[in-house]
Design a protein around this ligand. Structure first.
Ligand code: ATP
Length: 251
């Protein structure tokens, strides 16, 4: 038991979820390393949602609401960390879930599908009859009705190659990645530099607020957003945080 008074309580609880995911055959061992990398960057942004991230999360809600064939991609870390929250978002914006793994095994895919179904997921794409062009076989497998055909794909904790391949297929790709310098963060159309545990509930909240908005209003929100600028500001926020807390940089 981790005492609530522990200064790293939230972070340690999150870590436990990943470990539990591995025990349940949902998360890969490599997922631990990805989580560690994410934690390091979360430190650098002060373990809170920045203004830049909030803006990207609002635009994401607008994009998902406007999309014709939106899909939310789920991997082993996502399924371990935010299974209920991702199902809720899927329901609000009407975007089915599709399990898509870097270290793919049919057994792990099926476990994640079962886990999501047991928690109430209704809309899921579960075939693997399509291939994302330009990637080697296992990592490329997708559902032709799902990610293959989607216009907007939300890819939390994605790998850079696959993110690039999805962009090259002409899709609007939204990434959630704590590392603003990762290839994924740099190549996505919209980049949310935030912990997925905070980002998904925030997107759901914005989607609830915006779901009765006129199409023109949603389009305006998207048009006014500049991802490159937002991403650069996310990096600047890290520099400011470091200079305020570590006395590492000149004021
Ligand atoms: P790329 O190929 O895009 O350069 P990578 O090889 O660094 O990425 P992975 O090691 O697969 O990517 O890790 C996935 C990414 O997810 C990392 O950039 C990490 O910062 C991020 N990440 C890990 N945990 C979380 C989390 N809880 N919330 C948001 N992002 C996370």
């Amino acid at each position: 038991m981790i005492p609530e008074s522990h200064p790293r309580y939230e972070s340690l609880l999150t870590r436990e979820l990943i470990v539990e995911g591995i025990r349940n055959g949902i998360t890969s061992m490599q997922g631990l390393i990805a989580q560690g990398r994410g934690e390091a960057f979360d430190y650098l942004i002060g373990e809170k949602t920045s203004t830049c991230a909030l803006q990207a999360e609002r635009v994401t809600a607008a994009m998902l609401l406007l999309a014709k064939r939106p899909v939310i991609s789920v991997n082993g870390n996502v399924a371990a960390l935010v299974p209920g929250e991702i199902i809720r978002l899927s329901d609000i914006v009407n975007a089915p879930l599709e399990v898509n793994l870097f270290y793919r095994t049919e057994e792990r895919i099926n476990r994640i599908i079962e886990c999501l179904r047991s928690l109430g997921a209704k809309k899921m794409y579960t075939k693997s009859d399509g291939l994302i062009p330009g990637l080697e076989h296992e990592r490329a497998k997708v559902d032709t009705d799902g990610i293959f055909n989607a216009d907007v794909v939300l890819v939390p904790l994605e790998d850079g190659d696959r993110c690039k391949a999805l962009v090259e297929m002409g899709k609007s790709v939204i990434a959630i990645d704590l590392n603003p310098l990762s290839r994924t963060a740099q190549c996505a159309g919209i980049t949310i530099v935030d912990n997925i545990t905070r980002a998904i509930p925030n997107i759901s909240k914005f989607a609830e607020e915006l779901k009765d908005s006129e199409k023109d209003e949603l389009l305006r929100i998207i048009r006014e957003f500049d991802n490159k600028k937002n991403l650069n500001n996310s990096i600047k926020e890290i520099i400011t945080y470091l200079s305020n807390h570590g006395n590492l940089m000149p004021p």
